[in-house]
Design a protein around this ligand. Structure first.
Ligand code: NAD
Length: 510
């Protein structure tokens, strides 16, 4: 299928560059590979992946770029990001097309992801004028005690396939206004959208004199490049998004060198539906959260705790809603569920279904492979399985449209079950009872980073801080005060008097 050339760099010797160091395009010294679209399993292009030496050069260049970028006034850095936002608005359709091609999302969700990037640009421009510090009362006469936020350095970003633009945008748009430069290792599944994202920054930086082009670098490669990025001492912060298994490795590597890591890892998200819930709203929210992006969002709904008195009715309605889902090539108008990313994802879904049945589960619907789409894409009927209790398979994140339903009697029991998994990303309750909502959002309620009332588990706005607890990694990105992670806090004491009083009233040699 034709690629949207207007947002991609030029081919070099028949391949897309796997390394972009600002405006320098390089066919990397790694292997040449062909990313495949989940839509039909066919190769989309050739990419010359980065080798370890390319990564080294990119980090060097980003480090140099940071040395001058950090001195540019923050509102001017915001002006660069404003220009990026203008370009993204102009090219929204082409960028969304690439997301659909490489991640298999339906166009509405791809456009939503690009919109999230635009929103991040606007947010970051605002932040660029609000990198506030503090003035603190000093205990000493004629002293000022200040807290300031200073640029951190070149930062490393590792991202997953399922949000191939937005996750980088959360990090990069804020990082840039904070005075950092960015070295990005995207998922090897989504190299073209990564090149297009970089291309927007490259074009915005061209002709913007204060911006050295290497403030944005991309190195396309696999886990080995990600691991080398995490280990590099020139990068004070590694922001890594992906599976818990990946995050554990990155955390150890970065921890060993006492670097800072920002981890956004897997979720195992739950919703509680109480007897007072508005069922029409709950059903819409459940379907979007469980089958949207074919169940491949970190915030996808995986566990549904339903009060016993309404369970049969709710599951019956869900079964009907699932039967009417249109599944297939995401580019076909009306399709709501696109493909799984690849064959292993399908095998993992089948393995989880088998485990659920072996643990006492009854399949209500779904799980079958469909041939509705192009021949080699992986299309599945989203599945619902009723479980007798929260069995071991419910402790795992299966990255597919597979929803487990468990009945409960008391709200406390449902909250306990919801929290009783290793992950802690997103959670929701559907209730019309303010007391139930209060218990869920209170200190003994949901232990997740995201706790919603009468909204599904997925589809967060950028204004809040995004992230989760426990195995989800503890990181917070995007809105609120997440920008602080891309800066270092400096405490500064200024003595404008002519004596030298010591803190705590210490007398030393007087
Ligand atoms: P993945 O863990 O397979 O890969 C993520 C990234 O990590 C890729 O760029 C990959 O090349 C890199 N990587 C893999 N091993 C590495 C290593 N040892 N060192 C350094 N880098 C390494 O994940 P995926 O399949 O691309 O994405 C799905 C997972 O991501 C799910 O678990 C999902 O929940 C999670 N995710 C989390 C969030 C969040 O914000 N919490 C957002 C999106 C996706």
């Amino acid at each position: 299928m034709p690629l949207p050339d207007a947002v991609l760099p030029s081919l070099l010797h028949g391949a897309f560059p796997g390394v972009m160091i600002g405006d320098k395009a390089i066919v990397g010294h790694g292997h040449r590979f062909e990313p495949r679209s989940p839509i039909d399993g066919q190769p989309t292009a050739q990419v010359g992946a980065a080798g370890l030496d390319d990564l080294d050069h990119a980090i060097d260049a980003a480090d140099d770029a940071h040395a001058s970028w950090r001195t540019v006034p923050a509102p001017r850095r915001g002006e660069l990001v404003r220009r990026v936002g203008d370009l993204v608005r102009r090219h929204k359709a082409e960028l969304a097309e690439l997301i659909t091609l490489e991640a298999g999302k339906i166009p509405a969700e791809s456009a939503g992801e690009v919109q999230e990037w635009i929103d991040m640009c606007d947010f970051a421009v605002g932040v660029s004028r609000q990198l506030h510090g503090l003035t603190i009362a000093s205990e000493r006469p004629e002293h000022q005690l200040l807290e300031q936020w200073r640029p951190l350095g070149a930062i490393g970003v590792i991202s997953a396939f399922n949000f191939p633009a937005a996750v980088w945008a959360w990090n990069a748009m804020l990082g840039l206004v904070c005075g950092d430069s960015i070295v990005w290792k995207p998922s090897e599944q989504t190299p073209l959208i990564a090149l297009a994202c970089h291309e927007m920054v490259r074009r915005a930086a061209a002709g913007f004199d204060e911006a050295p082009s290497a403030i944005s670098c991309v190195v396309i490669g696999g886990a080995d490049i990600g691991a080398a990025l995490a280990a590099d001492e020139r990068l004070p912060l590694i922001s890594a998004t992906g599976s818990v298994a990946m995050g554990r490795k990155v955390a150890v590597t970065v921890g060993e060198r006492l670097g800072r890591s920002l981890l956004e890892l897997g979720g195992n998200n739950a919703m509680i539906v109480t007897p007072s819930a508005d069922l029409e709203m709950a059903i819409r929210a459940i379907v979007f959260s469980a089958v949207g992006t074919c169940g491949q969002r970190c915030t996808s709904l995986r566990r549904l705790f339903v009060h016993r008195s309404i369970a049969d009715k709710l599951v019956g309605r869900l079964e009907q809603a699932y039967a009417s889902l249109s599944i297939g090539d995401p580019r076909t108008p009306g399709v709501l569920v696109g493909p799984l990313v690849n064959e292993p994802a399908y095998e993992r879904m089948q393995a989880s279904l088998r485990a659920a049945v072996a643990q006492g589960g009854k399949v209500v619907c779904g799980g079958e492979r469909l041939t509705a789409g192009a021949p080699s894409g992986v299309y599945v009927q989203p599945a619902i399985v009723r479980m007798p209790e929260q069995t071991p398979i419910l402790q795992e994140e299966t990255f597919a449209p597979l929803l487990y339903v468990v009945e409960y009697d008391e709200l406390e029991e449902a909250i306990e079950l919801q929290n009783d998994v290793p992950q802690g990303l997103s959670s929701a309750i559907f209730t019309s009872d303010v007391r139930e909502a209060g218990r869920f959002t209170g200190p003994a309620g949901s232990d997740c980073g995201i706790s919603n009332v009468n909204i599904g588990t997925s589809g967060a706005e950028i204004g809040g801080a995004f992230g989760g607890e426990k195995d989800t990694g503890g990181g917070r990105e995007s809105g609120s005060d997440s920008w602080k992670q891309y800066m270092r806090r400096a405490t500064t004491t200024i003595n404008y008097g002519s004596t030298l009083p010591l803190a705590q009233g210490i007398k030393f040699g007087e």
